[in-house]
Design a protein around this ligand. Structure first.
Ligand SMILES: [Zn+2]
Length: 323
């Protein structure tokens, strides 16, 4: 069992954990050039606001969040450090790269098969984030992330997944994916990760909970991975469907293969907060505590099963235990 790296240093036991959240989603190039965006970014103000939200989450019984904001989503750890100083919640930082298609030019123009050639720096940078720390913050990443969208495994996405796999093999840090349930591409992610020698029991197939296709979900479990039931509150799959899927999988004995989360942001400049509030009224950090857990209990999910999804499974994933 290894310690879990957080923004405030290593901890032994993460406790009740939401495995896929975000503190800040930022667009640095927009902020450099249009600093007065109507969404309003002020580091100190937003850090205070985020800490307030996380303190409410702590009061609701959650001890740790995994912040899966990686390159491509505006990761800026110094801002998250300001939040961590003002909240009792543990925040686990992540490394990896979020793209559904091409790589950012820095990586896309380097590496094998690229226009200018040279070494592929992706895995090297991911490993540095895990072993030395992110930027100059000293904060070590505790989770790796890659993404596959509707386009499937494009050449850019393939390079990210292979680099994430290599960084995982070198460091033992677990992997979470962003998958597209509509195209069942969590299976393609598993295939490529396995080809790279990854033990799939160290992988969470993220956004699996967007699917109500139990055959697909059981196939992912049979491959060895955990399912991220991690977008509670995002309305393209209804509350009732998301809950019913977790209930059905618990009934089939898979509570030890699921983790729960919202994929929410304390602040994200890519959404219009007023529109989001109207369209996705439950898309916030307290939805699981307030609404989802009571609905699961009412449908017969036991306390022991909830404990597994919120505490036992995250602990096992983050500390390197086996299912
Ligand atoms: Zn996310």
């Amino acid at each position: 069992m290894t310690a879990v790296q957080t923004l405030r240093g290593p901890i032994a036991d993460p406790g009740a954990t939401l495995m896929h959240e975000h503190v800040f989603g930022l667009s640095p190039e927009i902020l450099w050039n249009w600093p007065d965006i109507p969404e309003g970014w002020d580091l100190e103000e937003r850090a205070r606001e985020a800490a307030g939200k996380l303190n409410e989450l702590k009061a609701a019984g959650i001890d740790t969040i995994v912040d899966l904001t990686v390159i491509g989503l505006g990761r800026y750890v110094p801002a998250v450090q300001r939040v961590a100083e003002q909240t009792g919640i543990n925040i686990v930082a992540a490394t990896g790269l979020y793209t559904y298609d091409a790589l950012p030019a820095y990586f896309g123009n380097r590496g094998p098969g690229s226009l200018f050639g040279g070494p592929d720096r992706l895995a090297e940078f991911f490993v540095r984030d895990i072993t030395e720390g992110i930027g100059r913050t000293g904060v070590k990443a505790g989770m790796l992330k890659c993404a596959t969208g509707r386009q499937g495994i494009t050449p850019g996405v393939e390079r990210v997944i292979r680099a994430v796999a290599r960084a995982h093999r070198e460091t033992g840090v677990p992997i979470t994916t962003h998958s597209e349930s509509a195209t069942r591409n969590g299976l393609d992610q598993q295939e490529l990760l396995a080809e790279e020698g990854v033990d799939l029991s160290r992988v969470v197939i993220g956004h699996a909970g967007d699917s109500t296709d139990l055959d697909y979900l059981e196939e992912l479990i049979a491959g060895g991975s955990y399912l991220g039931m991690d977008r509670f509150g995002i309305e393209f799959c209804s509350f009732e469907d998301r809950v019913a899927t977790v209930v059905a999988l618990c009934e089939r004995g898979y509570a030890d293969r699921m983790v729960l989360s919202h994929d929410s942001y304390c602040f994200n400049d890519r959404f219009d907060p007023a529109v989001v509030k109207r369209r996705h009224p439950n898309y916030h950090l307290l939805h699981i505590s307030r609404d989802v857990l009571p609905a699961l209990r009412a449908a017969g999910v036991t306390e022991a099963q909830i404990e597994r999804m919120l505490v036992g499974n995250p602990r096992r994933i983050l500390t390197g235990g086996r299912p």
